[in-house]
Design a binder for this molecule. Structure first.
Ligand code: ADP
Length: 507
């Protein structure tokens, strides 16, 4: 392995920066021992690769320390990479895009700063996990439900900044964000929206700004470090029904998507249905798709007054059962019934976090099992959904690769997530899986689709696909990057945006 000093940084400058971090934070908050740093690797890259190794990690506990870290990095030209919990596995985990970056580990900034039960929002620091948010809402009386993703160990802030998803009516997590506090690349502090006025009581209740809104600049970006986020949550309903539709075949899939889209647009179904193609994984890690691989299930939920949930269910049942071959079922719970929802599907749509889905993902190769998710986004139309599903299936079939899939429906868009498993200790197999992703990318781009989020290896390639008007959007991002971060220290390469000194000249 070669030295992890970042490209373009003198070892002496790095050493001075590390000394300054230690003077500011104390020795216990600065890690530079390579063995200790291994915990911050991307667990799904080849286990012997040093391509995404960090040179150090710093662990601030308050916003002043974050500001100091950014100023020190700027002074010495040292690249930083921020993570909140770093559980963003398959999209890089805690690892930096640029080798040799110093990790800003925000796990220690983990306070829930406020819960407003009247206005149904919480204010969180970046290290707050889904488990912590759930506990804080329970402690505040349990009248509020968070939307949560499948695994409870990640952070509200990291997930929302990445446009992560959940399964209640508040499942589009970036839309729950209301009011940010951000450390900019020069170490100065910004509050967005109404928060731009000191003491403004609408900071976390009104999502827009006087004048232009800047919140979007900090999503999937390298323009700031978010240190505080307002986050809207839903009010506990009187009743909650976890529902299922089961059916076979791609033609039926298309029809069910169209029916559910209609029910979402007219607000009968307010959460985000999740479709899965029938699959089982045995102890040896072999997948067993059902015989023709065409058994599907769609999970969704209804919320509200009990009488309303019953009425909505009757509408849903009638609409879905009008499609030949579709079976529909439900289990209804009282809103305050915490233990009734017994399995992951019932819990996650009610905002109760768990780690149930971690173990099945480890079956193929034990604890080290890697998985690579390919997640293109398309419109929520049956015909388009089936076309993309079949294309993805045909590419995996050509590659001889098994995969599991999920289809996450919103009223207008459909997120197609396919997951393939591999052993990160096997260099050849790992390389083949990442090459397979490139092929998937090319195939779906050819019919006009791209992922909504990607891994460290493919950030440049995905960004390349967004080429409208000679990459006008990336060029705008680069101009903003150059203006806010002239030294290019914050997360170089994040989402394919590089600072000027690291940019590859493009024709
Ligand atoms: P998770 O919450 O799932 O553990 P991470 O903490 O890994 O997610 O964050 C996902 C990504 O979001 C990171 O790789 C980083 O690019 C970005 N990110 C996370 N936290 C912050 C933050 N506080 N400020 C700016 N960007 C962040």
């Amino acid at each position: 392995m070669t030295s992890t000093v970042p490209q373009g940084v003198a070892p002496s400058a790095l050493a001075r920066a590390l000394d300054a971090f230690t003077a500011e934070l104390g020795a216990a908050a600065v890690i530079s021992d390579p063995a200790e740093l291994r915990q911050f690797r991307d667990p799904y890259t080849y286990s012997e690769s040093d391509e995404f190794d960090a040179v150090a990690a710093v662990m601030p506990t308050d916003v002043e320390q974050v500001q100091a870290i950014v100023r020190i990095a700027g002074e010495h030209g040292v690249p930083l990479w921020t993570f909140s919990q770093g559980r963003n596995n398959t999209y890089g985990g805690p690892a930096p895009r640029m080798r040799g970056s110093v990790l800003v580990n925000l796990r220690g900034m983990n306070r829930v700063l406020e819960v407003d039960t009247d206005l149904a929002y919480a204010v969180v620091e970046p290290g707050v996990r889904w488990f912590d948010l759930f506990d804080a809402l329970q402690a505040a009386g349990g009248d509020l439900w968070p939307s949560i993703p499948d695994l409870g160990w990640g952070s509200v802030v990291g997930n929302s900044l990445e446009y992560g998803i959940g399964y209640t009516p508040y499942g589009d997590h970036a839309r729950n964000v209301c009011g940010l506090e951000v450390v900019l690349p020069d170490g100065s502090l910004l509050r967005t929206g109404m928060g731009a006025m000191a003491g403004n009581a609408a900071f976390h209740t009104y999502p827009h700004s006087f004048g232009p809104s800047f919140d979007g600049l900090f999503h999937q970006s390298n323009l700031g470090i978010v240190t505080r986020m307002g986050w809207w949550v839903m009010r506990r309903p009187e009743a909650y029904a976890a529902c299922w539709a089961r059916f076979r075949g791609y033609d039926t899939l298309g029809e069910v998507v169209d029916v559910l889209r209609g029910l979402m647009l007219d607000r009968t179904v307010e959460n985000h249905p999740l479709f899965n193609r029938g699959v089982d994984v045995d102890e040896q890690g072999n997948f067993h798709l059902d015989p023709d691989g065409e058994g599907w299930s769609a999970r969704f939920a209804l919320y509200g007054r009990e009488s309303l949930v019953d009425a909505q269910y009757a509408i849903v049942q009638e609409a879905l059962q009008a499609v030949p071959g579709v079976e529909v079922a439900r289990r209804t719970f009282a809103g305050d019934d915490l233990t009734g929802p017994a399995n992951h599907d019932e819990r996650v749509q009610r905002g109760v976090p768990d780690m149930d889905l971690l173990d099945p993902r480890m079956l193929p190769y034990g604890e080290v099992t890697g998985h690579l998710d390919f997640s293109p986004i398309g419109p929520a139309k049956g015909e388009a959904v089936v076309r993309l599903e079949k294309l993805v299936r045909s590419v995996y079939a050509r590659q001889g690769r098994q995969y599991v899939n999920g289809l996450y429906l919103s009223p207008r868009s459909a997120l197609h997530i396919s997951t393939t498993f591999f052993d990160p200790r096997n260099e050849q197999q790992t390389a083949a899986v990442y090459a397979g992703y490139t092929e998937l990318l090319e195939e779906v781009a050819a019919i006009g689709y791209a992922p909504y989020r990607t891994n460290l290896q493919h950030m440049d390639q995905v960004a390349d696909r967004f080429g409208f008007a000679d990459h006008a959007q990336r060029r705008l991002a680069e101009r903003i990057k150059d203006a806010l971060d002239p030294a290019g220290i914050l997360a170089p390469g994040k989402s394919g945006v590089w600072p000027a000194h690291l940019r590859t000249p493009r024709s």
